[in-house]
Ligand binder design. Structure first.
Ligand SMILES: NC(=O)c1ccc[n+]([C@@H]2O[C@H](COP(=O)([O-])OP(=O)(O)OC[C@H]3O[C@@H](n4cnc5c(N)ncnc54)[C@H](O)[C@@H]3O)[C@@H](O)[C@H]2O)c1
Length: 254
């Protein structure tokens, strides 16, 4: 009989998690490490990456700005030099920008796309080379419910645009790499209480409205997003590619 729980194990595999120093990225590092993976925790905040690598025990920390393609190439080279493989990439580093579109500075528009979208491309391209050569690998992108719907109760155009693009990035790359054995999926979480959403959710009236629109009536925990990422990264999802899995308590089902 198939060892179904064993399919979730990642023993002997190497994972790279961007933005792994906090929030959903940190929980993802914990989940992948608990499943047996060696985790490269990469974050623009070196101290945060160090803390998480230490916390999970089986990992290493890298200072990385995903928007800098030379840095991405150097970190991926360092991981492959050391381990001769990368099996899992989680494109988690991201930031938003709650601001009316007519006030949105070009610089902020570019920055939000640079981190969420360009960063995912730089990492997928650099890691993909090794995954394609190995004939196996799993990429998981952090989209958002805001990549699946247009209405978020407040203006955040650059974020909607970048996360929406990531949904089709996920499909297109999945099609391109499927025959080579490399899967590409995404998760689309609803709101989690992290540093990213702190200013938004500190607005009690806003938090109340968001909860009213969530059929399950609560925010998602970072650990619940990490569990979905672990599933998509593992062989339990070995026939799944190109999907964006909502982890949203029913937000997009309405
Ligand atoms: N929190 C939510 O409600 C929510 C909902 C949907 C999607 N997401 C997505 O999940 C991902 C993680 O969000 P979070 O809420 O955990 O955020 P967070 O702000 O708590 O953590 C993000 C981490 O990424 C790091 N980071 C920021 N810019 C970086 C860069 N250029 N290069 C490398 N690392 C960088 C930060 O230092 C931080 O450690 C993001 O892509 C976000 O858009 C979050």
């Amino acid at each position: 009989m198939t060892d179904y729980l064993g399919l979730l194990r990642l023993d002997g595999r190497v994972a790279l998690v961007t933005g792994g120093g906090a929030g959903i990225g940190r929980a993802t590092c914990q989940a992948l490490a608990q499943a047996g993976a060696h985790v490269a925790v990469a974050d623009i905040d070196q101290a945060a990456a160090d803390r998480v690598a230490q916390e999970i025990g089986r990992g290493e920390a890298h200072r990385l700005d995903v928007a800098d393609e030379a840095e991405v190439a150097a970190v991926v080279d360092a991981i492959v030099d050391r381990h001769r493989r990368i099996d899992v990439l989680v494109n988690n580093a991201g930031l938003g920008g709650r601001i009316a579109t007519i006030e949105l500075p070009t610089e902020r528009w570019r920055q939000v796309h640079a981190v969420n979208l360009d960063g995912s491309f730089f990492c997928a391209r650099a890691v993909g080379r090794h995954m394609l050569a190995a004939g196996r690998g799993a990429v998981v992108n952090l989209a958002s419910i805001m990549g699946l719907v247009g209405g978020g109760h407040y203006p955040n155009l650059a974020y909607h645009s970048a996360k929406g693009a990531l949904v089709n990035f996920t499909r297109a790359l999945a099609c391109e790499w499927a025959a080579a054995g490399v899967r590409v999926n995404a998760v689309a979480p609803t709101f989690a209480r992290t540093r990213l959403t702190e200013p938004l959710l500190a607005d009690a009236e806003m938090a109340e409205r968001l909860l009213r629109d969530t059929p399950m009536g609560r925010f998602v925990e970072p650990e619940e997003v990490a569990a979905a990422i672990l599933f998509l990264a593992s062989d339990a999802a070995r026939m799944i590619t190109g999907v964006t899995l909502p982890v949203d308590g029913g937000w997009t089902a309405r």
